[in-house]
Design a protein. Structure first.
Length: 276
């Protein structure tokens, strides 16, 4: 199976002819419940762990659903948040929900209407308001501190890659991005940087590096107040199973590392290389 097919499966199973639906009911149910990746990312500032994102990326009927739970603490600051991103079979956004219980109770829901993404916001003062963005449903959600969402975007990017001399070959790609917590839209560019050997959780491994650049963002993540760069550049280290194992951020002291012992349930599918 090629990664393009995997990505398509993450977005939703292809439609079956009606004559096959009954015969494929059991197989479809099993596919609908498939977990593509799950685990947790540790968030580190100056080498000290300040937070954890627990996540699951799962096939769910005609959609893929990415659920995340974030817990952070740095000094007296504490944050507790949840997010759920629902994508249609073609990768378009169906809905996104972000909820915060700490430090303030807030909520943001994003849905689509024609060529608009509409944020339904309930801020700390509990006075609802809507913000409309002139963005298509194909826009990627990359919310602050939810790094599993970057992995989903990465899979779509890698699905268009090929292999040359057993190495990934990918062209740069651009995509519009919405950052709901900032109520901000930016343009993003992904580019394969090459192959590298790194040590992660005490294990030396061969990985590919992919650069994710957000152009002219207002801010990065809450703990990064040092960056003066007009472009935010994330470097994603990607293992042979197309999982993110580490992320770094330019001009910052922030590092995100996948916790040891995390592995995708569907290892056989995700470890398949892109087609030639």
């Amino acid at each position: 199976m090629k990664l393009a097919a995997i990505c398509g499966a993450v977005l939703g199973m292809a439609l079956l002819p009606s004559s096959f639906l009954a015969a494929k009911q059991k197989e479809q149910k099993a596919a609908d419940d498939k977990v593509w990746d799950s685990g947790s990312f540790g968030i580190f500032v100056n080498g000290k762990r300040v937070g954890t994102e627990k996540f699951k990326i799962q096939q769910h009927g005609d959609s893929s659903v990415t659920t995340s739970e974030l817990k952070m603490q740095q000094g007296t600051y504490k944050a507790s948040q949840k997010a759920e991103m629902d994508l249609a079979r073609n990768g378009d956004l169906q809905s996104y929900t972000w909820e915060s219980s700490q430090p303030k109770k807030e909520e943001c829901k994003v849905d689509t209407k024609d060529q608009l993404l509409i944020e339904h916001i309930t801020p700390a003062d509990q006075k609802p308001l809507d913000i409309q963005h002139l963005l298509p449903a194909s826009t990627a959600i990359l919310d602050d501190n939810f790094f599993s969402q970057r992995e989903v975007l990465l899979w779509h990017y890698l699905a268009a890659c090929s292999r040359v001399s057993n190495q990934l070959a990918c062209k740069p790609a651009s995509i519009p991005v919405l950052i709901p917590q900032q109520h901000l839209s930016v343009d993003a560019t992904l580019q394969l940087l090459g192959h590298e050997e790194i040590s992660s959780n005490g294990v030396v491994r061969q990985v590919n590096k992919v650069e994710l650049t957000l152009h002219n963002p207002q801010q990065v993540v809450w703990m990064n107040d040092k960056s003066k760069d007009s472009e935010l550049r994330w470097v994603l280290w990607v293992d042979e199973n197309y999982r993110i194992v580490k992320i770094t951020v330019n001009n910052s002291n922030v590092e995100i590392v996948r916790d040891a012992g995390n592995s995708p349930v569907s290892v056989g599918a995700l470890s398949t290389a892109p087609g030639k």
